[in-house]
Design a protein around this ligand. Structure first.
Ligand code: PBG
Length: 331
């Protein structure tokens, strides 16, 4: 044997050498593709770490602007805002209050930063029962009919208008009520916010991967679960129908959530719909990587990057991810 393989044995490896591998790389995660979730908490005066989401905190309203500035210093320019209100009730009445936690934080962030501000629109952080809408009076006894669709849409309209009035750049409804995109679009247009796009959580699954978020936002249902309004993880064709409805109702951006367990759905939405596609790399997807990295079993940054690349490969244009800050510096 001579000291080297015959050249005819070499194929794809020719393009894996330093100097050429970046030239031929197909996808890239850029800081400008990322949206960083931010939690603002009206019940606290100090920043509180979220134990199940290392590196993330709930911050008081007074810290919303500094928190967003921290995100922007990493190169990420878009944030998604979640609020924890000072009190909860069956209608989630703090969700559309002019002095509500998201409204106050939004006004400050819009006035003092250049961040692109997306507000999550849902009631689960604001209702005492933790569901994403208004319940039937006897919902606890009736597992088949928990959330009143039309009554909930009325609340969503009002929340959307109050968020846009406070200065939100984009509204992201995550409650999975039927007709929510049309209702919100109509309300925004009617209130003079025709320039505010809607990013619809279009295919949102009833997922076990939201666990850490529910700690972070105090939004776990007090009874029952969300399977009557969120999608069945077994279904991909149904996602196409859900997304088609949201697109027809005027959604500007179509979101799939979670991301990694549903890459087939991301790829399908990319193929079937000529709209920007977003994927939400959710709290559980983040927590898994962090937990393994803490044990020394994974390299955090490498695994985080490798988690986001397939989301881009599958066809997402933008990614909502708790890794945004971890990664942006090195992209
Ligand atoms: C609210 C909402 C949830 C998430 C985003 N918006 C929780 C849920 O539906 O239970 C989850 C985000 C995450 O896990 O990172 N409806």
């Amino acid at each position: 044997m001579s000291g080297h393989d015959a050249p005819t044995h070499l194929g794809p490896r020719r393009l894996r050498a330093d100097g050429v591998r970046d030239l031929v790389s197909e996808t890239e995660v850029r800081a400008s593709d990322l949206v960083a979730p931010v939690f603002v908490d009206a019940t606290t005066d100090e920043r509180r770490p979220i134990p199940s989401m290392p590196g993330h905190e709930r911050v008081p309203v007074a810290e919303a602007v500094p928190r967003v500035r921290e995100v922007m210093e990493t190169g990420v320019e878009a944030v998604m805002l979640f609020g924890i209100p000072e009190s909860k009730d069956p209608e989630g009445s703090r969700a559309d209050a002019e002095d509500g936690v998201v409204q106050r934080a939004t006004r400050a962030i819009a006035a003092e930063t250049d961040a692109y501000l997306v507000t999550d629109l849902c009631l689960c952080e604001y209702t005492d029962h933790g569901h994403c809408g208004i319940l039937e009076a006897d919902a606890t006894d009736d597992p088949d009919l928990t959330v009143r669709n039309e009554a909930t849409l009325e609340r969503y309209r009002s929340v959307a208008v109050s968020q846009a009035a406070a200065g939100a750049d984009m509204i992201a409804p995550s409650g999975m009520m039927d007709g929510q995109v049309a209702a919100i679009r109509e309300a925004l247009d009617g209130a003079g916010h025709g320039d505010v796009p809607v990013m619809a959580y279009a295919a949102k699954y009833a997922s076990a991967f939201y666990g850490p978020f529910r700690d972070a936002a105090d939004g776990a249902p007090a009874f029952g679960d969300r399977r009557h309004y969120q999608m069945d993880p077994a279904n991909a064709r149904e996602a196409r129908r859900e997304v088609a409805r949201d697109a027809a109702e005027g959604a500007d951006v179509l979101m799939v959530k979670p991301a990694l367990p549903y890459l087939d759905v991301v790829a399908d939405v990319r193929r079937e719909f000529d709209r920007p596609v977003a994927a939400y790399n959710v709290s559980g997807e983040y927590a898994m990587v962090h937990a393994a990295a803490e044990k020394g079993w994974l390299d955090l940054e490498a695994a985080a990057h490798e988690s986001l690349l397939p989301i881009k490969r599958a066809g997402a244009d933008l990614i909502v991810t708790y890794f945004a800050e971890d990664l942006a510096d090195r992209l």
